[in-house]
Design a protein around this ligand. Structure first.
Ligand SMILES: Cc1cc2nc3c(=O)[nH]c(=O)nc-3n(C[C@H](O)[C@H](O)[C@H](O)COP(=O)(O)OP(=O)(O)OC[C@H]3O[C@@H](n4cnc5c(N)ncnc54)[C@H](O)[C@@H]3O)c2cc1C
Length: 361
């Protein structure tokens, strides 16, 4: 009798979409010995490349339900994957901690309650006279800033992560095809993914990791009620010209009143992201994204946008994010990551791998 691993080595799995979710699925499945092909015509322009890479695991306030289970599992899995990926690129790292700040007293009370009710030593309320609060208050010229810190959460550089994953997958001899899939179908026990140039790619299974477009591929194939809406996420890099301000005195990553802030040098920082149900980036992005305090500090008013970028995520309608479903007959959908796709990729690909192992067992 053949071993499971031998069965897996014979099976060919096509992954449509090479964002963080497609790549992580390939990573997980290649470890199990499957033969994998990833297909994507535009992976440099996807939402994964736009991500800021914040990993909001333990700091997430709703500690129950599927979303929490996925976060919890990902928080556990990340260190193992990081160690493995560091063998390819020792610069890849998770910078800790993660800080959440607010100038709203009601929001702060909620954060405080969350910390007090959770007996987690890695989560703390920031003391008013802590060096972190002092430096942030001084730089942002505000007095009523308060917040919490998570010593176990942090940030991974999404661009470096994606490049490292590419190298890892290349070493694992994963096949990449630079094409758009316009149709999928099953015939004689085999799946066929048809490219725009009319080539058919044969496989035993398909995993749909192509975000919004996943629905187009199943519309003519089966009856379903999966609905996805585009959500725009935007970020800017701001250069400042004020010798009295040193942005490197600030924490490595933090959030003030819902905006994520990442200082990258003495005089440059990244600010993101906005959530809008649209697909066109806004013209007045600087005004909108820097408007997170009652009064902007002068250095920020005079700041210059040195880079700006955006990404379109897919948000499920009528059901929680993400959508992870076994559609049967060797077809799996893993999409709808309108946020936290970087954080959740390890747990979601673990779920997919389990479904696939059961299919071939
Ligand atoms: C500005 C911004 C900041 C963000 N910050 C964070 C953060 O700090 N932390 C975090 O965890 N998440 C963050 N996110 C969210 C995160 O980027 C997403 O959750 C994640 O990228 C979703 O990954 P994905 O693989 O599902 O989709 P994508 O990265 O969009 O990949 C889908 C891929 O499918 C391909 N595709 C589509 N149709 C087809 C087809 N027919 N055939 C073949 N290929 C196809 C596309 O070309 C694309 O490459 C942020 C997003 C944005 C925009």
């Amino acid at each position: 009798m053949k071993s499971l691993k031998e069965n897996f080595q014979k099976a060919h799995i096509v992954i449509i979409g090479s964002g963080i979710i497609g790549k992580f699925n390939a990573l997980e499945l290649s470890e199990l010995g499957f033969r994998i092909t990833i297909i994507d015509p535009a992976e440099q322009r996807n939402s994964s490349n736009a991500a800021l890479g914040l990993l909001m695991g333990n700091i997430y306030q709703k500690k129950k339900g599927r979303s929490w289970d996925l976060r919890k599992q990902s928080v556990k899995l990340w260190p193992k994957w990081l160690k493995q990926l560091q063998e390819i690129n020792n610069k890849l790292n998770i910078e800790k901690p993660l800080i959440q700040l607010t100038t709203n007293e009601k929001t702060f009370k909620k954060l405080e309650k969350f910390i007090n009710e959770n007996n987690d030593q890695s989560l703390k309320v920031l003391e008013k006279d802590s060096i972190i609060i002092e430096n942030i208050s001084k730089t942002f010229q505000t007095r009523n800033i308060k917040g919490i810190i998570s010593y176990k959460d942090g940030r991974i550089n999404a661009g470096t992560l994606l490049k490292t994953l590419d190298k890892y997958l290349k070493n694992k001899k994963i096949n990449f095809i630079d094409e758009e899939i316009i149709k999928i179908r099953k015939s004689n026990n085999q799946w066929f993914s048809t490219t725009k140039s009319n080539k058919d790619i044969k496989s035993d299974m398909i995993i749909l990791c192509n975000s919004l477009k996943a629905v187009d591929l199943i519309d003519n194939l089966l009856s379903h009620n999966i609905k996805l809406k585009p959500v725009l996420g935007q970020a800017i890099e701001v250069g400042i010209n004020n010798v009295e301000v040193n942005l490197l005195t600030l924490p490595k990553q933090f959030n003030i009143n819902g905006k994520n802030i990442i200082p990258i040098s003495k005089n440059k920082l990244i600010i993101g992201s906005t959530d809008e149900y649209c697909t066109n980036p806004e013209k007045n992005i600087f005004e909108k994204i820097t408007n997170f305090l009652d009064k902007k500090p002068t250095w920020l008013i005079n700041g210059q946008v040195t880079k700006k970028w955006f990404g379109i995520r897919s948000r499920p309608e009528g059901e929680p994010s993400p959508i992870m479903k076994n559609l049967g007959d060797g077809l799996i959908i893993c999409t709808g990551f309108y946020k936290n796709g970087i954080l959740l990729a390890p747990a979601c690909s673990k779920w997919v791998a389990k479904e696939i192992q059961n299919y071939f067992a």
